[in-house]
Write a protein that binds this ligand. Structure first.
Ligand code: NOJ
Length: 778
């Protein structure tokens, strides 16, 4: 165990510690609300199909609960890891005994039909009541067939692709006996230092909400009882992405307005889409750890949003309420968590060890325990586990499902859709046909483990992933050779070393073009992977400079799970392609883009800073009272840095193509929109280049004056369109007043009359298009 782990244990007596448009825009949760003169009164989200009343289910559960002791009930509220593939130390090695004694109702980190069947048999045949287990796992961006990391998928801005990736994940996971994934992670992240930025959909509220919906649809389908769908989990509720200084697990201190306007909407969208479960966050909100927050788990989640599923904690996060300084001991922490609205305790065994006593002491109402038990039993019932506990453990299906060719093809397709062309001076990409000798140089060029990034579930890191070198060799044109030299290292400790440089430079000298494959090691993002620098780690930057100095054309294929401040590369390397961690078929996907078999269409879901000193930086900032534009160039008393521009390196929504697109000025259906009305904004986009391409057309709005200050831009819609050379298409977005709602000065949610600016543009940023103006009237 780590030193930190030891210290925490000593502090808290933890038993375990885990790291663990068309035109018309899609209806947002807000548009599903009733409007009345500038007032938006939230209504309960549409009932998910699985929540429909089921008298038979109620009878079954009533009868079962009548036979349950308090120990049986607490067992249903307990989730433990199996002894392999855990995300943190496994300190409870008695889990099989715990299953037999009915003390655990759900297991995670166990998969394969055979293994889940074996564990299920213990629960069904060896316990007094025979209640089936629920099997969960972190299936985040693929189960066996690994798709690009979640941030990369979001960069596709293609909701069909995102849904497809989740669908394939569900097909594979369910075929291995799993019922439940701890995904989607819907935390808005605006601090590139935070390693978990790689796990979500980036910085934006609207895009993040659409991605959340697509993932929930992909995992759950429209029938929770089908054996090829799995329960989804919206996590980490809430505010986790706002960790101070980008340090994982750190304190969060944000206003309620920011919580409501920025961090909560993707969660609300997930509820609206029918997500079955929620996971609490490690952090505190307003001084209260999320697992003990009645405000979050009951007032907002249940009372305001009408969430009907169950809430699981994150790994030992009830226990962590002790070191947080919110509970004096584990027993009190368990009472606070249950009272707040937690239903299931992940790995901490706090409910297991203390809840019965808390009930006996009158500290916890039996009704509260019963409510949580019922929510969990309902989910097991809806999965069909009471009918047949082994229905997901089907070896024949498992064999026929994993790594299906069509899944691998989907992974390749989503991977190339996720890639973002950041720079392409002189059309350095796609590689010219005259480039006969290609040098792939850099630590990420032939590294299988890195291809699939962190949180790669049951993905094979050793043999299956196709590396960049392999992909480029396999897809090379006749007469083209592709050679490799590692050249540099991404390990922090290797900064200053030059060991591999000579070999790499020799290869560079005898090549026509250099594809530099650089970035971060796969585990430099994900959980517990924060950095204070966004530069290329190790000695990569030094080698990159030497490669450029050879005078050979250089293309940088960047691979990482966060925005990197590749400012030098942007100034000195002709072409940069961000490939994230592209997954099992990643090497083929990189080859498709680099050789021009696929025209890149990704756009950044997150702002890339020039330097870490600009963090947090995001496109929808406030204007301030002294915006830089108010001063003369170089003016002192405006909001700026002395040594760096305010502008990011690459804007949110930015990404190039091998073709070019022209935008007509936006037009509006009317100059004003009334309280009960709508307004349609349109622009015509033309492919002005020589090749077919896809473009993500984006709609931004600015509310000029409010009862509280408003962001300089907010994304309110997007549509990805495909255009042949010379082809034009008019894209229209329809807005209603409710789409312009926010948390107003008096903390009510709704829109306000006034003047708005609107852009239809290829990216965020004032220079991206000329705005039009409309009025919203009472
Ligand atoms: C801790 C992580 O924060 C969470 O995202 C994950 O689902 C659990 N560990 C389970 O592995």
């Amino acid at each position: 165990m780590t030193l930190i782990g030891v210290r925490l244990l000593a502090l808290a007596a933890l038993p375990v510690l885990g790291g663990c448009a068309t035109a018309a825009m899609e209806a947002s949760p807000v548009t599903a609300a009733t409007e009345a003169r500038g007032q938006v009164v939230p209504v309960e989200p549409a009932e998910p199909t699985w929540a429909a009343p089921d008298p038979e289910m109620d009878r079954t559960i009533d009868a079962l609960m009548a036979r349950m002791t308090i120990e049986d009930k607490v067992g249903q509220l307990t989730l433990l890891t199996s002894d392999w593939e855990s995300t943190g130390p496994t300190m409870r090695d008695t889990y099989k005994q715990d299953i037999r004694s009915g003390r655990v109702g759900a297991i995670f980190n166990a998969y394969t039909s055979a293994y889940t069947r074996e564990l299920q048999r213990l629960a069904v045949e060896e316990t007094r009541l025979g209640i089936p287990l629920l099997f969960g796992y972190d299936v985040i961006h693929g189960h066996r067939t690994i798709f690009p990391i979640s941030l990369g998928e979001a960069a596709s801005w293609d909701m069909t692709a995102v849904e497809k990736a989740a669908r394939v994940s569900a097909l594979e996971a369910s075929a291995e006996g799993l019922h439940w994934t701890f995904s989607p992670m819907v935390d808005i992240a605006r601090d590139a230092r935070w390693g978990r930025i790689s796990e979500g959909a980036g910085e934006d509220v609207y895009l993040g909400s659409q991605v959340a919906r697509a993932r929930v649809r992909g995992y759950q389908g429209d029938d929770l009882g089908a054996t090829d769908t799995i329960l989804a989990t919206a996590k980490h509720f809430a505010g986790y992405g706002a960790a101070q200084a980008g340090r994982d697990y750190h304190t969060v201190d944000i206003s309620e307005r920011t919580l409501r306007d920025v961090y909560l909407p993707p969660f609300e969208a997930a509820v609206d889409e029918g997500v079955a479960t929620f996971m609490t966050a490690f952090n505190e909100y307003d001084g209260v750890p999320a697992s003990g927050s009645r405000y979050l788990l009951t007032d907002v989640l249940r009372d305001q949003w009408g969430f009907d599923g169950f809430v699981v904690t994150d790994y030992t996060s009830i226990n962590e309420m002790v070191p947080h300084g919110y509970a004096k001991d584990l027993k009190q922490a368990g009472e606070q968590a249950l009272d707040a609205g937690v239903d299931m305790d992940m790995q901490g065994a706090v409910f297991m060890d203390h809840l019965a006593q808390s009930v006996a002491d009158g500290k916890v109402e039996m009704a509260a325990v019963d409510r949580a038990v019922r929510r969990i039993l309902e989910m097991k019932y809806r999965l069909g586990l009471f009918e047949d506990p082994y229905r997901y453990a089907d070896e024949a299906r498992e064999k026929a499902t994993l790594y299906k060719p069509e899944f691998l093809e989907a992974a390749r397709d989503v991977a190339r859709k996720s890639m973002v062309l950041l720079k392409n001076e002189g059309n350095a990409l796609p590689l010219a046909a005259s480039a006969k000798r290609i040098a792939v140089i850099g630590p990420l060029g032939n590294s299988k483990p890195d291809m699939i990034g962190s949180w790669a579930a049951a993905g094979d890191r050793g043999t299956r992933p196709v590396t960049v070198l392999e992909g480029m060799q396999a897809n090379a044109r006749d007469g083209v050779s592709v050679e490799y030299a590692k050249g540099a290292s991404y390990e922090f400790a290797d900064e200053g070393k030059t060991d591999g440089f000579a070999e790499a430079l020799a290869l560079a000298e005898r090549s026509d073009v250099i594809v530099a494959t650089m970035g971060e090691k796969w585990d430099m993002t994900g959980e517990a992977a924060s950095r204070t620098s966004l530069d290329l780690p190790g000695n990569q930057q030094a080698l990159l400079e030497k490669l450029v100095a050879t005078g050979k054309p250089v293309v940088l294929v960047l691979m990482s799970g966060r925005p990197n401040s590749v400012t030098w590369a942007n100034d000195n390397v002709p072409a940069i392609l961000h490939a994230w961690y592209p997954g099992t078929q990643g090497g083929h996907a990189v080859a498709d883009v680099v050789y021009g078999d696929y025209n890149p269409s990704g756009k950044l879901p997150v702002t890339f800073p020039r330097t870490v000193g600009q963090v947090p930086i995001h496109y929808d900032m406030k204007n301030t009272g002294r915006p830089i534009e108010l001063g003369e160039p170089g003016a002192k008393y405006v909001s700026r840095y002395l040594n760096t521009s305010n502008d990011p390196l690459y804007r949110f929504g930015y990404g190039l193509s091998y073709t070019s697109f022209a935008y007509s000025p936006a037009t509006l259906s009317a100059p004003t929109m009334g309280a009960g009305g709508s307004i349609t904004a349109s622009a015509t986009i033309t492919n002005t280049g020589d090749v077919a391409g896809e473009e993500v057309v984006q709609l931004y709005v600015r509310d000029l004056v409010g009862s509280v200050t408003r962001p300089v831009q907010e994304l309110k819609g997007f549509e990805k369109i495909a255009l042949q050379p010379g082809e034009s298409r008019t894209v229209s977005f329809t807005l209603k007043p409710a789409d312009l709602a926010f948390t107003r000065g008096d903390m009510s949610h709704g829109w306000e009359p006034g003047e708005f600016r609107l852009w239809i543009a290829p990216s965020s940023g004032a220079e991206a298009a000329t705005p039009v103006t409309f009025r919203l009237t009472e």
